[in-house]
Design a protein around this ligand. Sequence first.
Ligand SMILES: Cc1ncc(COP(=O)(O)O)c(C=O)c1O
Length: 371
Amino acid sequence: MILTEKIIKLSKHYKTPFLLFDLKQIKKNYLKLKKNIDGVEICYAMKANDHPKILQYLAKEGSSFEISSLNELRTLLRLKINQSRIICFNPIKSPEFLEAMAIQNIKIMAYDSVDEINKIAKFAPKSEVVLRIIVSNEGSDWPLTKKFGADAKDALEFLLYAKKKGLKPIGLTCHVGSQCLNKDNWVKALHVYNDIWIEAQKRDINLTLLSLGGGIPIQHTKPIPTINEIGQVINQSIRKHFKDKTNSLRITLEPGRGLVGDAAIMTTTVTGKAVRGKEKWIYIDVGILNGLMETIANFTYQLSAESTGKKQIVTIGGPSCDSIDIPFNKISLPKVNIGDRLYILNTGAYTTVYASTFNGFEVPKIYFVNS
Ligand SMILES: Cc1ncc(COP(=O)(O)O)c(C=O)c1O
């Protein structure tokens, strides 16, 4: 979403901090992904932003949904989103959540361990399971390899064990890392998938669901591959490795950030200023704990100031009293005054959903244009 004079004018109506969302940008992102990845089914990873208006809007466009928890399931059911459009790729699920999915006839879910297979077999025995594989996250700004995923060399064993327990192993999933700047991660992942697919076939397991995961990047401060470039390498790899099977494949992509990240701008107000030693500081009404959680791990956003004053180097503190609450370190910004507004660009994903009201500071409200 581009910061225009119109958006700035509209923003004046609201008290900060807040997110202003453009639903049309979400539609643009959705259609672009559909156009550039052959035969893909988009399953929105609603963890990125679970605002009902966004979910309803995407449902209207034809999107499916990827969920991780019972509450996410309840939200979709409340919105009357059909169960056939819901999949769950969280590899570790509570028994309660599994039972709820079984009741709703939601069958497609991920796993990455023997214990999870045992649990699914017990609480959701009719499930169709998708094995999460560890793949390269090299060059992704938010790597996701530490917690989930089976080693590719153990994949066949996991597929056979799922079958033995009466489940239906139907495919593979992975995550190339969120904000993935390296399109080769998908190429490598599809190469790994191909090897597993062939071994599985030899043992009478015919996989059909090929999940490309999340990772679609949006523009922040570094160069990113375009959707067209990502689509090209994915399409080429699928044609290369799965050429005889493309008709029987169900190809899914589970983008979170790539659908909603660049559809919103966060507006914040400068609430204080200080000079500490030689360092200039400013303080704003949103920080790591109430809306900018991803900046905790060197993730950064583009900032735009209302003022056009001389540029200076400043560190920006969030509103809370915690010392970790420093969302921007030594960045260049025009000189600002207390009461001025700052605009933090492309903040639609993983901002309000990660936020707490620690210290009594409000989570940014969400408003919409083009709704
Ligand atoms: C299983 C799964 N799928 C999809 C996503 C969405 O990733 P992204 O926001 O990078 O598109 C995530 C994010 O954590 C995830 O865990």
